[in-house]
Ligand binder design. Structure first.
Ligand code: URA
Length: 482
């Protein structure tokens, strides 16, 4: 009997190396016991590794097996190592075995891999960060995965929440992101995780905003969001009331339903007609979004501001400009870029050959952030939680307008558009493909206003124009290619 002790529950490399050596030495599956270092050893096993000697020789297994094994090894079933070795053993002489879906070993490993991927998706969907600490802000989440998926799932969060330091605590292992790399530490008890923070309300408003009663399918929702995950979700307290109110609304809609037959839709195959249809839908969407955003309470900035300043411009815009946040003038007027930075932007757009009237202009943050100083309201830069809370509006504007190019004006806009802190000097002036959207990063026009000497001002103004001309050229080229 050979006892193989792996370094951890997720030690795929250790398993692969051992399995290969065992198979080359003709060690039958029934003669191997698999354990994990520090885990509960199986009966009579020790933490020693009695691997047979390394032997010359090779054998091949299908790439699909490696893919399946990498996922299945993360399953919590202690039998998985033995099952995988049995399948590997059999695959050497039966190359097509994986195509026999009814084979018990194939079915077992495939079911494990599927369960692991399902659990990974659940983790992506149901992790909720809570803010800890006012000075060195950190975001912490508690999650209880069914399988050993934390290492597998962590890169998703590093990409999605690249601009905030976070930790995901679980009973098995904890993942930590400092803005540069992911580190893993031992698991902890649930009592170590925060239970409430000031973002709680943000999550609830966001959930209420995206909840669409017309799409409500309670059964599907309960399958997708099993109740065991609810207790960690800030929005959980809203699920039942929202379902109840959606049912009431649907009942009222059915009771008041118009009795006129539907008019047949006219076919619109022409590209022009399609564009008009899209425009009409988008027009409705932007107007609805603007209306919805008037009551946005996703972060505390609404409290001091006069009003939400939403994006403006034609729905057919191929260029979208994103600024930081409305300033004093914009807050009072309710329109973006109408103050001094707006005048600078107007001049630059004209010099770059771009008509402002054809551009959709918005801001990363839709409420004015300031501190009062006597009669003046001093502009304050929005922080990461505020940018994140407001990002839903940018994402929804982007989906409605679908521009060919987004120009991010300054660091706040770049952080919102690209989803991570982006140093302007390293990224400016080149086209970046971000999740299928072309993005150009440049400075904010107010940066030009702040420059102390005229020479620097002229130089930087010219660089700003050069960046905007890249945008203009890009739009001209894509119009020509269309
Ligand atoms: N600065 C911005 O970023 N946006 C505005 O709307 C005004 C000034």
């Amino acid at each position: 009997m050979h006892t193989i002790t792996l370094d951890s529950e997720t030690d795929f490399d250790g398993w692969r190396q051992a399995a290969r050596r065992l198979a080359l030495n003709q060690v039958k599956p029934q003669d191997v016991t698999w354990t994990v270092r520090g885990g509960t050893p199986e009966l009579f096993s020790t933490e020693t590794n009695d691997l047979p000697e390394a032997t010359e020789g090779t054998f091949n297994v299908p790439a699909k097996f490696v893919e399946l094994a990498k996922a299945a090894i993360l399953h919590r079933d202690p039998e998985r190592f033995a099952l995988l070795y049995r399948l590997l053993w059999r695959l050497r002489s039966h190359h097509d075995l994986l195509s026999v879906a009814t084979d018990p070993d194939v079915a077992g490993v495939s079911a494990m891999a599927r369960a692991v991927h399902r659990d990974e998706h659940k983790m992506h969907a149901f992790v909720r960060f809570r803010e800890v600490g006012r000075v060195n802000t950190h975001f912490v989440a508690w999650f209880e995965p069914e399988h050993h998926i934390v290492e597998l799932a962590a890169p998703f969060f590093a990409k999605r929440f690249a601009d905030m330091p976070w930790s995901i605590l679980t009973p098995d292992v904890c993942a930590h992101w400092d803005g540069h790399e992911i580190a893993f530490t031992a698991g902890v008890a649930k009592s170590e995780a925060p239970t409430e923070d000031r973002l709680e309300e943000t999550w609830r408003s966001y959930y209420a905003a995206i909840f669409n009663p017309a799409r409500l399918k309670v059964k599907a929702m309960q399958t997708e969001m099993p109740q065991k995950y609810w207790r960690n979700l800030p929005e959980a307290s809203m699920i039942k009331p929202l379902i109840a109110s959606a049912e009431r609304t649907a009942g009222a809609m059915i009771a008041n339903e118009a009795t006129e037959p539907h008019k047949p839709q006219k076919r619109q195959d022409e590209p022009m007609a399609r564009k008009q249809t899209h425009d009409t839908q988008a027009r409705g969407t932007i107007a609805a979004l603007r209306e919805e955003a008037t009551g946005c309470r996703a972060c505390p900035l609404w409290k001091g501001a006069t009003q939400t300043v939403f994006g403006e411009g034609p729905q057919s815009a191929t260029l979208m400009l994103v600024g930081e946040q409305p300033g004093d003038k914009e807050d009072l007027a309710g329109h973006p870029f109408v103050g001094p930075a707006g005048q600078m932007l107007d001049r630059a757009l004209e010099d770059a050959g771009i008509a402002r009237a054809k551009v959709y202009i918005t801001n990363a943050v839709k409420h004015f952030k300031f501190v009062p100083r006597g009669k003046i309201r001093l502009h304050q830069k929005p922080n990461t939680p505020e940018i994140r809370a407001c990002r839903q509006w940018y994402e929804r504007e982007l989906a409605a307008i679908r521009p060919e190019l987004v120009v991010a004006l300054g660091a706040t806009a770049a952080q919102s558009v690209l989803g991570r802190i982006t140093p302007i000097n390293r990224s400016r002036g080149r086209l970046i493909d971000h999740d299928g959207t072309k993005v150009l990063v440049t400075v904010h026009p107010s940066y030009l206003l702040r420059l102390p000497d005229e020479k620097a001002k002229a130089l930087e103004y010219q660089r700003f124009i050069d960046d905007l001309k890249i945008a203009a050229d890009q739009l001209r080229n894509s119009a020509r290619a269309a």
